[in-house]
Design a protein around this ligand. Structure first.
Ligand code: C2E
Ligand code: MG
Ligand code: MG
Ligand code: MG
Length: 245
């Protein structure tokens, strides 16, 4: 598992992270999760893979929390099949209690298509997770066939603007309009908002100017292996201590 900082746009300060799975293949090199996750999702493999990803991320962050290094929440991606058949609430409950990690340290990211699934069992699972104190956010917001009504129906706390809207927002009026509209929806519904794929200073300026507070993207940091992420956390902590003196 690798970790990408979620930061405050204004300052670049790390306020949490997203855990992203990596596969170092002996012959093929680094295989992108965009390639192998959809394949795993076609079978029950996604359940065991997802469990491993979830547990590994929680173990790593629990250790950083013990050292008072890690601020905020660790976000883990959860696929529809895991929610439906994977006993996710039990996994969350068991893992957090094993690790002595409070549930408000945990965020689960699900895509719109998952949130749109009308299966009542799925909705129950999401409420069960909310009761456990877990923070739920909608990933890749704006890319699904969304009716938006699920935002009312589900215990969602945050949205992530998809990177495809951020990419050209400094030069494409439509993307700029969509980004502004999403910022406005989040604000009106009282949802937190993170912009994905912030790569350029122009992206940062636009988003800040339009009221977006949090972001993730190469401008701040790529996803990092745990040791490198930990080094970033230590550097931030050292800065804080210097500031406090
Ligand atoms: P996602 O959840 O939307 O994750 C964000 C993706 O955008 C990550 O790709 C990240 O590396 C990439 N990204 C972040 N900032 C930038 C940027 O500034 N520019 C560009 N071009 N890309 C950026 P990654 O790590 O390849 O993951 C792809 C997708 O695979 C994820 O999209 C997520 O849907 C899925 N995935 C990754 N890890 C897991 C996992 O543990 N479980 C499940 N179920 N899905 C996962
Ligand atoms: Mg995600
Ligand atoms: Mg995303
Ligand atoms: Mg995305």
């Amino acid at each position: 598992m690798w970790y990408q900082p979620k930061v405050q746009l204004a300052t670049g300060r790390i306020i949490g992270a997203e855990a992203l799975i990596r596969w170092q293949h002996p012959e093929m090199g680094m295989v992108s999760p965009a390639v192998f996750i959809p394949i795993a999702e076609e079978s029950s493999l996604i359940v065991s893979l997802g469990e491993w990803a979830f547990r590994t991320a929680c173990e790593t962050v629990a250790e950083w929390k013990r050292q008072a290094l890690f601020p905020g929440r660790i976000a883990v991606n959860i696929s529809g099949r895991q929610l439906k058949f994977g006993g996710i609430a039990e996994l969350v409950n068991r893992t957090l209690s094993d690790l002595g990690m409070p549930s408000d340290c945990l965020e689960l990211e699900v895509t719109e298509s998952v949130a749109m699934d009308d299966d009542s069992g799925m909705i129950d699972v999401l409420y069960r997770l909310q009761e456990l104190g877990v923070y739920l956010s909608i990933d890749d917001f704006g890319t699904g066939y969304s009716s938006l009504s699920y935002l009312k129906r589900l215990p969602v706390r945050g949205l992530k603007i998809d990177r495809s809207f951020v990419l050209n927002l400094h030069e494409d009026r439509d993307d700029a309009a969509i980004a502004r509209a999403i910022i406005s929806i989040a604000g009106s519904l009282g949802l937190d908002l993170v912009a994905e794929g912030v790569e350029l200073e122009e992206h940062r300026e636009f988003l800040l100017r339009n009221g977006c507070i949090w972001a993730q993207g190469y401008l701040f940091s790529r996803p990092l292996p745990p040791a490198e992420f930990e080094a970033r956390l230590r550097a931030q902590q050292a800065e804080d201590l210097k500031g406090a003196r």
